[in-house]
Design a protein around this ligand. Structure first.
Ligand SMILES: C[S@@+](CC[C@H](N)C(=O)[O-])C[C@H]1O[C@@H](n2cnc3c(N)ncnc32)[C@H](O)[C@@H]1O
Length: 346
């Protein structure tokens, strides 16, 4: 049975299973006391045990989590579209994405449950991109034991230029079909990549397969917004899973002791209604050697198959336009944080 460690006072968002709020309206810090809501013990995906939390930022307001529609356009949640998206984004990735959505302190916070504190651990960083998360990994683990895998040679080119990563193995590959043997590594890390995988359950099943008995997977990814406008742009852009979906995918792949820790930029003051590109860190332990008990059918997408160029181009443009909304959100939150007195909700 999985447990979820929900870091930050917003753990009560999971009460949606008990008190649905279709309007996605926020509620205030006073509600965290549990005065106005029944105590949460379970959600649809399994039981959750709440742990006492240390909060890094003042938590002032949060929203009830919204269910994610099963079918939405999510134009860039495709391998070819994601490839071209990063063909261009890789040029500015480290300068635009990291300061707004994925800061060094968030990264270190998110990697903490991965339990990387032994230098000779072997680690794969899947969807490792420019190596920003890998820089956090090699603080604890010898770089020669770390492999960075990504489907984008343009992103990997940036990783190759980083001095602390010069001893890492850097390879091109697909998260849904990892080029590693079964029972191969001690840690599987993937940050901010699942949102582009056409079949996220398959990627998590691969995480299970490549880990050794007792190995740990740490998957960091977005969380679904509750504010209607943010939900609209999220659904046009890519996959923003709900917290329940992450836990469910891990459990189905066969992981035990599944935990979910919330993360977010400090200046959001815990606000999660716009969703987060890096919103949670989910970990699970492989309890038995060998392949995952989960059987899946054929891959959802085969990159070798031709795509209609018009469909591809339309998806790419619409998805990229929707993504620009999420360049603006952290700036908007940053201004709100500047002008709102400290300790007050934003
Ligand atoms: C938001 S970036 C994250 C990069 C890095 N992990 C970090 O923390 O900055 C997402 C990365 O996932 C990669 N990606 C997307 N789909 C992939 C797939 N199916 N297999 C491998 N990498 C993939 C992209 O090329 C991109 O580099």
């Amino acid at each position: 049975m999985a447990s979820a460690m929900l870091n930050g006072a917003e753990n009560l968002t999971l009460i949606r299973a008990i008190a649905p709020n279709p309007k996605g309206l926020g509620f205030h810090a006073s509600d965290f006391s549990g005065k106005h809501f029944p105590k949460l013990t379970s959600v649809s995906c399994g039981k959750l045990s709440m742990r006492p939390m240390k909060s890094r930022s003042p938590i002032t307001k949060c929203s009830v989590s919204a269910p994610r529609p099963a079918s939405q356009p999510r134009f860039i949640q495709h391998k070819k579209e994601a490839f071209w998206f990063y063909r261009f984004l890789s040029i500015v990735y480290d300068h635009v994405i990291n300061p707004g959505h994925w800061t060094e302190d968030m990264r270190d916070d998110a990697l903490e449950p991965a339990d990387l504190y032994t230098r000779n651990l072997t680690v794969v960083d899947v969807g490792g991109g420019t190596g920003f998360t890998t820089l956090g990994i090699v603080k604890h683990v010898d770089a020669k034991n770390v492999t960075i895998l990504d489907q984008s040679p343009h992103q990997l080119e940036k990783a190759k230029q980083k001095e602390p990563l010069k001893d890492c193995k850097i390879i091109e590959g697909d998260a849904e079909d990892l080029p590693f043997p079964t029972d191969f590594v001690d840690r599987y890390v993937s940050a901010g990549s699942i949102e582009y995988w056409p079949d996220p359950q398959r990627g998590i099943r691969e995480a299970y397969r490549v880990l050794r008995l007792g190995g740990k997977a740490c998957l960091i990814g977005p969380v679904y917004p509750t504010f209607w406008l943010s939900r609209f742009f999220a659904d046009v852009w890519m996959l923003f899973p709900t917290e329940e979906e992450y836990i469910d995918w891990f459990q189905k792949a066969g992981f035990k002791d599944v935990q979910l820790k919330r993360i977010g930029p400090k200046w959001y003051r815990g606000v999660r209604r716009h969703g987060l590109i890096m919103g949670c860190s989910v970990t699970g332990i492989k309890p038995a050697s060998g392949d995952s008990p989960l059987q899946l059918g054929p891959k959802a997408e085969d990159v070798s198959e031709p795509v209609n160029p018009f469909v591809f181009f339309s998806r790419f443009i619409l998805g990229a336009l929707a993504a620009t909304y999420y360049v603006l959100v952290p700036i908007y939150m940053w201004i709100k944080d500047l002008i709102t007195p400290k300790g007050q909700p934003i």
